[in-house]
Design a protein around this ligand. Structure first.
Ligand SMILES: [Zn+2]
Length: 856
């Protein structure tokens, strides 16, 4: 009884609170705790960090106490954490959230509206500002700052803040990588007070992709990227995206827009004008507050579409990157004036310039400084979007209109659904475009996906579908070109090995009027009834099916005849039909096995994992897991212990350097350079490890080396007649004056399709090349068989397909991938990365084939 009465009382109270609503709370606000008060320690203090659970609990408390803050769940993370954002605005705006989302969506796609209607919406709408923090987990300041800034917005009573909250809706994501936030705070706390305090972690701070979580924004392979992509391009349509990062500690204190050169052709220049306006406000407010070391036009280009806000530029969205100098996580760092340096695009020597009018003089730099700079720029961002609110809203609409009007109404990208070597990949490409908010139609003949360029996101689609020609911008007449910030090519049809064509003239076949709500998969199933079912091997999902059926105890065979199609044949099995449906494959029944079919053994794959974390290791692990491979990571200790054949049939060395593998030195650590790891994480595989790998091959194992790790092969341990034609360090990244320079481009290679690694591939394919590696082999002794699996064309003019290449003639007729066999033992070396960032679906099969070959 008493319980019931209490319950009734509570219900009555709740009803009263709901009914009187916002006003009552505003008049007598509940006590809204500050982050330090709530968490019981000094947020932003030296050697103090809030972890993701604490950040989450704070934001939930804030939302409970303030009617200006709501929490929205974005989804789960890779490791199952809840990923959330705070929605911050006036109580009235939050109450009318649905209406403001609708306005933002209409302005992002203003087709069919009059100028007056757009103007009216630009006045009625609120500026939607998305601020994302901490995608790079060691860049931890913004995740802490987010709590303080949210508290400030939730409690301020001054007229200016109230006005800003009335004119805007802030979407604040305290961490774009919650799993990494947890890893970094755990690691930091574990070594606090030791000599390893503030040092780097020996593993990736995203379960799969580490720092490359900010290279995933056009391919959308990771859960976190997908979560945010859906919120941005299908739900909230923010006009402005500010992404807050940190950089090294020996240069400027903060980078703000304008970006550095070069600039992408297809991005509407109004994007940069808006970005620069925000940058100017940030610079102004920082300087006014006495903050030195502010730079613009530095390092970060306006060309590459792979990072958070950049992708939005092609979708008529303003988007700004900021980078504040780091400390050692939460441990202060002292930088001597003599240690300050430039050396980057936009600041070659560390001295006063017009884009850097007030250099930081050196001294102590701490987490609190990072957060103070970030509070100022977050305020400046909000100030900018509210001051120019109708202009920015109208700007988005006018850019969308311009994208539609400037495109040829009869121009389309056409992806045929038939005549593809892998129709699933073609459907995946169409589905990826749709996931980006691009309208994809079905052709009238029902045999193609059609992407009209005359649509609001038409320029994004064109950028992704077309080829790149990196602009040669030079700072001076005789200097080298400005290097790209990241890679120079992202042509998705080439990366994914999908046929697509741009139809410039009026198409013979017009698409269906409405965009597809869902992308249809190719026909799948088991055709006929038999003891066996066969499928051509040139589809990536066939490898997933092999793995699935082998796991289920099914029998799988391979039939290859020179000059003919290679078939994978599955014995009838109760699970086959369901797996075939899941993987969208079409198999044909047959009565018996063809002559010469060989039984495929399940292959035990070991993936080497260095302590100087390799993002390529993470990407490789991600892809292999996606395709159902049973793989295990191998660390130094296990390699050194030898007897590797007992546990593995194939061992993959992911892209890293010889010195990382052998000595555990060099390469790019994620937490900064030069620091030491705790003893259990130091060193590499050493001489013993090299010997163990050699014995693994001698005893019949398959060693697969990707790009940089190919450097372990030449030398006395393996004694194979192969060398990289590029000397160490030659034409490395960032060396724009080197005569050889190919910074992440798609190159054409010829393939030996009679080699098991080349089975099912086209005679010519496009591969992703981003490190100066090409092989010169020589005839081996009799007991060794050497094969050139892939090689560059004879004429350098035929080598570059998309991106940038200087000195491509060096690659003429050189080997791109080679193998050596001795008995059952095999070494397969790829100079390029067949699985680059899970983007190069067109060449995954080279890796899958190699693993299959290990079992033959
Ligand atoms: Zn970063």
């Amino acid at each position: 009884m008493r319980t019931l009465r209490n319950l009734v009382a509570i219900l009555v109270m709740l009803t009263v609170v709901r009914a009187t609503g916002a006003q009552k709370k505003e008049a007598a606000p509940a006590h809204v705790p500050a982050p330090s008060e709530f968490l019981g320690f000094q947020v932003g203090g030296d050697r103090t960090l809030a972890d993701y659970k604490q950040i989450g609990s704070y934001f939930r408390a804030l939302a409970a106490a303030s009617n200006r803050v709501e929490i929205e769940v974005l989804g789960k993370t890779t490791l199952g954490e809840e990923m959330f954002m705070a929605v911050i605005s006036s109580p009235e705006n939050l109450h009318n959230k649905a209406r403001y989302k609708e306005i933002a969506r209409k302005l992002a796609d203003p087709r069919g509206m009059t100028r007056e209607q757009i103007d009216a919406l630009a006045h009625e709408g609120k500026a939607i500002l998305l601020i994302t923090c901490n995608i790079h987990s060691t860049e931890i300041g913004s995740s802490q700052m987010a709590m303080e800034w949210a508290h400030r917005l939730a409690t301020a009573q001054d007229a200016e803040t109230l006005h800003r909250l009335n004119d805007s809706i802030v979407l604040l994501v305290p961490s774009l990588n919650p799993d990494g936030e947890t890893m970094v705070t755990d690691w930091y706390r574990k070594y606090l007070g030791t000599k390893y305090e503030g040092g780097p972690m020996p593993y990736l701070y995203h379960h799969y992709v580490g720092h490359d979580d900010n290279r995933d924004w056009f391919m959308l392979t990771q859960i976190e990227t997908k979560n945010v992509n859906r919120m941005v391009y299908h739900e909230w349509y923010p006009q402005f995206w500010l992404d807050e990062h940190q950089m090294g500690y020996t240069g400027p204190r903060i980078y703000i827009p304008p970006n550095a050169d070069p600039v992408a052709k297809l991005v509407n220049p109004l994007v940069h004008r808006g970005n620069n306006l925000m940058g100017a406000t940030m610079g102004w407010r920082l300087e006014e507050a006495g903050k030195s070391g502010v730079i613009y036009g530095y390092s970060f280009d306006a060309y590459w579409p792979g990072g958070t806000r950049n992708t939005g530029w092609w979708k008529n969205m303003y988007g700004v990157l900021t980078e504040v100098a780091s400390a050692h996580i939460a441990t202060p760092i002292e930088v001597a004036p003599t240690e300050l340096q430039g050396g980057q695009k936009g600041l070659i020597t560390y001295e006063q310039q017009i884009n850097f009018p007030n250099p930081w003089p050196g001294g102590v730099w701490r987490l609190r400084d990072i957060m103070d700079y970030e509070l100022l720029i977050s305020d400046a961002a909000l100030e900018t979007v509210t001051k120019y609110r109708p202009d920015l809203l109208r700007g988005v609409a006018s850019m969308a209109e311009h994208a539609v009007e400037s495109a040829d109404a009869a121009a389309y990208w056409r992806i045929p659904t038939e005549d593809q070597s892998d129709p699933v990949r073609a459907a995946r490409l169409a589905a990826l475009m749709a996931e980006h908010g691009v309208e994809v139609h079905l052709g009238a003949d029902k045999k193609s996906f059609m992407i009209p360029l005359a649509q609001p996101y038409g320029r994004f689609a064109d950028e992704m579908m077309g080829i790149q020609r990196y602009p040669e911008v030079r700072p001076a007449a005789n200097s080298g070109i400005l290097e790209p910030y990241d890679v120079a090519a992202w042509s998705l049809p080439l990366m994914m090995g999908v046929k697509a064509e741009k139809i410039e003239a009026a198409p013979a076949e017009m698409p269906s009027p409405a965009p597809l709500a869902a992308i249809p998969w190719p026909a799948s199933g088991l055709n006929g009834t038999g003891k066996y079912y066969q499928v051509a091997d040139h589809q990536n999902n066939v490898f997933a099916l092999i793995n699935a059926m082998q796991s289920a105890g099914g029998q799988v065979f391979l039939a290859h005849k020179s000059g003919e199609m290679t078939w994978v044949i599955f014995a009838a099995h109760p699970q086959l039909a369901a797996e075939v449906e899941r993987l969208h494959l079409l198999l044909r029944a047959r009565a018996d096995l063809p002559e010469g079919a060989i039984a495929l053994k399940p292959v035990r794959v070991g993936l080497y994992k260095p302590y100087i974390a390799s993002m390529d290791e993470g990407w490789t692990r991600f892809i292999l897991e996606q395709y159902g491979y049973k793989l295990k990571n191998i660390e130094n200790k296990e390699v050194k212990a030898g007897n590797l054949n007992a546990a593995y049939d194939a061992i993959i060395l992911p892209d890293t350097s010889r010195s990382v593998i052998v000595d555990g030195r060099g390469g790019f650590g994620e937490g900064g350079g030069g620091e030491e790891f705790p003893p259990e994480y130091t060193g590499g595989i050493g001489k013993e490890g090299l010997k163990a790998l050699r014995e693994f091959v001698e005893n019949g194992g398959t060693l697969i080396t990707l790009a940089g790790s190919c450097a372990v092969i030449p030398g006395e341990e393996f004694n194979l007649p192969v060398r990289n034609i590029f000397a160490a360090g030659e034409g490395g990244r960032g060396d724009s004056s080197a005569p050889f320079n190919i910074p992440g481009s798609l190159l054409r290679v010829n393939v030996d399709t009679s080699h098991p690694v080349g089975y099912g591939m086209a005679d010519q394919i496009d591969v992703f090349f981003d490190a100066p590696i090409a092989f010169q082999t020589s005839p081996p002794p009799a007991e060794i068989k050497r094969s050139v699996i892939a090689w560059y064309p004879e004429n350098s003019k035929d080598i570059l397909v998309s991106g940038y290449a200087r000195g491509a003639e060096r690659l003429e007729r050189r080997a791109a991938a080679v193998s050596f066999t001795k008995g059952k033992g095999k070494v397969v070396m790829f100079g390029f990365r067949p699985q680059f960032r899970a983007q190069t679906e067109g060449t995954f099969q080279l890796l899958f084939n190699t693993i299959l070959w290990a079992g033959m």
